[in-house]
Design a protein around this ligand. Structure first.
Ligand code: TTP
Ligand code: MG
Length: 579
């Protein structure tokens, strides 16, 4: 992340070095002033020059401090900007399995708060540490030129200061990690509560949610307090050590000055330099402690980066043209978690252009089955071939381009309706094509009734759509993509029977040549399919066409009878009410 910024860092540290040298030169000038100017006969005429010297040094020091701050900030902001971009990109490329098990709030926390801790590390802590080390080296070298014995006495307690820092560093790292974990938990709770706000309100569970949040928040408070107390203990404990060091140094220095071993000017300069060694080193301790937060955050960000991306373009088979759509499942088995199988022994075949319908109880594995086709997940047993080639050998990007899926839970972005419908296509599309797709999905007329038509914003800042409207827009989105293989996962479940019939008729126009999977609960939706698969508990229990399935006693026939019985009763009811 830092590549390209190394040099900026080097010059920032160099600038810090210059500013440290100016600071030390200041004490030399002070010594010269005390020893050679104050008592001399020409003092008055030399005074302005000395004053000018002090001013020049102050400007020099200030200028370089500014430059190092500017450069290190540029490097830090640049590097973290790159890191944020990279993370965003990386998170989008992680597998379905990863996203299934990682709470969104956790990812948000790591991509924001933790990245910011890293920014502070780059901007303040890394450069601050460089500054302190340089200050120490320059001042210590200067002290050595003043008096070797004094110089050595000045650092006698410094190791203790550093040891204390390391001790606190360990403590703070651990506390900070616990703190960040809890903070992530809080983000997750908040994020989930906001996405589910309608459910919360519908069940009037605000108090329960509040309790849950309060509990987590209290834990965060406790951990935050522990962390701050640890910081609070650090300062006085190192203060004592630094003061002891200063008093020791002053005492020895003063004794030497009284005995005439060093001049008064040297003693004054020595006091200044000693300060410039002792206090910054205490700051270094603090920095080391702060760095622990940067390091912990680094680890948390790295944990995401280390997750393997799901390769989009890798595949032994690199197809050139569009698929035909011949699909063969052969004894396919699949599980999500490595234990409980969700699909068992699934076998069927379909020719290009056929319509396959899946019907069956909820949780039977219908969605799971069709999710294997675009390789959202890879099957664990058996084989699936598409046009005679094992599905695993296809690059994911190709499959996802060729397969259009209307997912069971419709999701629209907070963008305009047009942008939402256009989402799946990378090419330029005319308004006529968009409208044709919307017409086929029986949503065109509805869109026209919105205030801004196709430019109406969806979601938070725009119109709130009904479930059926959303579903039909996602359908239009997939139809516009014009995929060779079309998967409709309960795509008309929230649509009334009349509209569904309209959609089905429009789809029949579009379907020729396309292999289509339709998942539905209504027999009406699936009865025209070339092949109907009846699923239960991860198994295919019946296969055939509508007529074949009706001829045999079984689940399909039972569902059909139940559904027609309900319909008949409904019609009779309506008839009696009307008469
Ligand atoms: P689904 O394949 O989602 O069942 P379904 O589509 O047939 O059901 P519905 O008609 O209600 O849409 O789920 C099959 C089983 O797999 C079910 O027990 C839940 C489990 N499952 C997971 O463990 N992880 C997942 O991501 C999904 C989608 C399902
Ligand atoms: Mg489903």
């Amino acid at each position: 992340m830092l590549s390209g910024y190394h040099w900026l860092y080097v010059v920032a540290v160099a600038a810090v070095g210059f500013s440290a040298v100016a600071r030390t030169a200041f004490y030399y000038l002070l010594r010269y002033f005390t020893d050679d100017v104050l008592g001399s006969e020409t003092a008055v005429s030399r005074l302005p020059w000395v004053a000018l010297g002090f001013i020049a040094l102050a400007l020099f020091q200030g200028g370089f401090t500014f430059l190092s701050g500017k450069w290190s900030a540029e490097a830090a902001e640049g590097a973290t900007r790159r890191l944020r971009d990279y993370l965003y990109d990386h998170i989008q490329h992680l597998s379905f399995t990863y996203h299934d098990k990682t709470p969104t709030g956790e990812l948000i926390q790591r991509a924001t708060s933790d990245v910011d801790a890293l920014r502070r590390f780059y901007a303040d802590q890394a450069i601050g540490a460089g500054r302190i080390i340089l200050l120490f080296l320059v001042n210590f070298a200067a002290l050595l030129t003043l008096n070797v014995r004094l110089a050595l006495i000045s650092i006698i307690l410094i190791p203790l200061v550093l040891l204390t820092s390391v001790f606190f560093f360990r403590k703070v790292s651990q506390l900070y990690e616990e703190f960040q974990e809890q903070e992530a938990k809080l983000s997750t709770t908040l994020q989930e509560n906001l996405s589910g706000i309608r459910v919360v309100k519908a069940f009037a569970r605000q108090a329960y949610e509040m309790d849950k949040f309060e509990g987590d928040n209290f834990e965060r408070y406790t951990r935050g307090k522990r962390l701050l107390i640890m910081h609070a203990v650090y300062w006085p404990s190192t203060d004592i050590l630094v003061f002891a060091q200063l008093i020791l140094g002053y005492f020895v220095g003063a004794t030497m000055a009284i005995n005439g071993i060093i001049t008064v000017g040297t003693f004054i300069a020595y006091m200044g330099m000693l300060n410039m060694i002792a206090w910054p080193l205490r700051q270094l301790g603090r920095l080391i402690v702060d760095m622990s937060t940067g390091i912990v955050s680094f680890g948390r960000v790295l944990a995401i980066i280390r997750e393997d991306r799901e390769p989009l373009d890798v595949g032994q088979h690199q197809p050139t043209g569009p698929v035909h759509g011949e699909i063969v499942f052969d004894r396919v088995g699949f599980h999500y978690d490595g234990e409980t199988a969700v699909l068992h022994n699934i076998s069927f075949r379909c020719q290009p252009g056929q319509v396959i319908a899946l019907i069956g109880s909820t949780g039977a594995g219908k969605t799971t089955l069709v999710n294997l086709l675009p390789r959202f997940y890879d099957y664990n047993e058996g084989s699936v071939t598409l046009d005679g080639v094992e599905l695993r050998d296809y690059p994911r990007r190709y499959l996802r381009q060729q397969i259009g899926i209307v997912q069971q839970e419709p999701f629209l972005f907070s963008r305009t309706i047009r942008e939402n419908i256009l989402y799946g296509v990378g090419r330029n599309v005319s308004d006529e094509e968009i409208e044709a797709a919307a017409r086929a999905a029986a949503i065109h007329e509805v869109i026209l009734t919105f205030p801004d038509g196709y430019s109406t914003l969806v979601g938070e800042k725009g119109v709130t759509l009904s479930g059926g409207q959303k579903q039909r827009i996602t359908l239009a989105r997939t139809l516009l993509k014009d995929p060779r293989i079309l998967i409709l996962d309960d795509a008309t479940s929230s649509v009334d029977t009349e509209t569904e019939t309209a959609i089905r008729e429009a789809l029949e126009q579009l379907l020729p040549g396309r292999t289509t999977f339709i998942i539905a609960h209504r027999i009406q939706t699936v009865m025209n399919a070339d092949l109907i698969l009846v699923m239960d508990k991860g198994n295919i229990i019946q296969t055939g066409t509508h007529d074949e399935l009706m001829a045999a006693a079984g689940t399909y026939q039972r569902i059909f009878n139940l559904q027609s019985q309900i319909e008949n009763e409904l019609e009779e009811d309506l008839a009696t009410t009307a008469s």
